[in-house]
Design a protein around this ligand. Structure first.
Ligand SMILES: O=C(O)CCC(=O)C(=O)O
Ligand SMILES: [Fe+2]
Length: 336
């Protein structure tokens, strides 16, 4: 079974079973070459502005102000493939962001950084539900093999222990997961698959799948002097401008997952304290997201684009959102 499809010709059934079996799906060319150029140029401009210049991420409230970026989420091939994998009633979380030259927990350490995005939700029963359908979606805007770590790598099938009904299989999948984790601690690459994303591709993966960033190659690291640098963090501002790593990320799910996810975001927002100052590497992401009620607080073109393809957007009700708006007002923000 292949995990790779073309944006213009895939069967929904194949996408669905690939997602369940492997935990990830790659859809080629959801953006044309010209669209990639335009989106990258828009991001270069945006990140060149004073309030974003030193930041590794453009957060959801900022992305929502830039139609040239968010409109890509509603492309036919993207909506169709996500609907195939997640179910007919497709929901987007508006936790969208753009990551720039960001190598997460991996930094320059090639064997580290393995995680699942649902990590903060561990212990919640819904992760083990048979109908769990929740995916992290990324539009990659450079080739994975350009030497600057443009893509991600995954441990295929590592999501499967959670909702496997057969007890023996379940234990085997979990055992494999433990072996994978232990191997990466020993700097061994077991079961690692580098997803060969090209500029303009969509890759979406089950939020329980183990994955990590791919750092730049050893030669590239030398070129920018990071081999001599102490404390290389997850953000690499010295990557040459033309190789800037950009990924547009968001979460998508089906109706059954929405309340659970919002509840979890509320829990996570508790670490963003009333009156706090936002920090460069610690913006108040959850408070920002929860403060926006759909559709009232969204650009009207965004609301129309979502309605056009029948994608629902998850948010709190008016009273809930208002609480987080007040909380946001009490903070000193990096930008509005
Ligand atoms: O480097 C990447 O694109 C992966 C980022 C990632 O895994 C995350 O943001 O959770
Ligand atoms: Fe992740």
């Amino acid at each position: 079974m292949s995990w790779e499809f073309d944006a213009n010709s895939f069967s929904d059934d194949d996408v669905r079973s690939t997602f369940r079996t492997w935990g990830f799906v790659l859809i080629r060319n959801v953006l044309t070459r010209q669209e990639v150029i335009e989106v990258r140029a828009e991001l270069d401009r945006a990140f060149g502005s004073a309030h974003l210049r030193d930041l590794p991420t453009m957060c959801s409230t900022e992305v929502l102000q830039r139609e040239a970026i968010w409109k890509n989420l509603f492309k036919d091939s993207i909506v169709k493939s996500l609907r195939a994998a997640l179910g007919p009633q497709l929901w987007y979380q508006h936790d969208l962001d753009v990551q720039r030259n960001s190598y997460g927990l991996t930094g320059a350490r090639r064997h580290s950084g393995w995680h699942m995005d649902a990590g903060s939700e561990s212990g919640n029963d819904y992760l083990e539900a048979e109908d769990y359908r929740f995916a992290k979606c990324g539009i990659y805007l450079q080739d994975f093999d350009n030497g600057w770590g443009g893509g991600i790598r995954v441990k295929p099938k590592s999501h499967r222990g959670f909702s496997e009904a057969n007890g023996v299989k379940r234990n085997l999948f979990f055992l494999r997961r433990v072996i994978n984790r232990t191997a990466s601690m020993l700097h061994l690459d077991v079961d690692t698959f580098e997803v060969p994303t090209k500029a303009g591709d969509l890759c979406f993966f089950d939020s329980r799948l183990l994955h990590s960033s791919v750092p730049p190659s050893r030669e590239s690291i030398k070129k920018i002097g990071y081999d001599r640098k102490k404390d290389v963090s997850g953000f690499w501002p010295e990557v040459p401008q033309e190789h800037t790593k950009y990924v547009i990320y968001w979460d998508a799910c089906n109706a059954a997952m929405c309340d659970d996810f919002l509840r979890n975001s509320i829990k996570r927002s508790q670490s963003e304290l009333q009156g706090m100052n936002e920090q460069r590497f610690k913006p108040a992401v959850f408070t920002r997201i929860l403060s926006m009620k759909f559709p009232d607080d969204f650009p009207k073109n965004f609301v129309a684009a979502a309605a056009d393809c029948d994608v629902r957007i998850a948010s709190l009700d008016a009273e809930g959102a208002s609480f987080y708006r007040q909380k946001l007002k009490s903070m000193r923000l990096l930008h509005p």
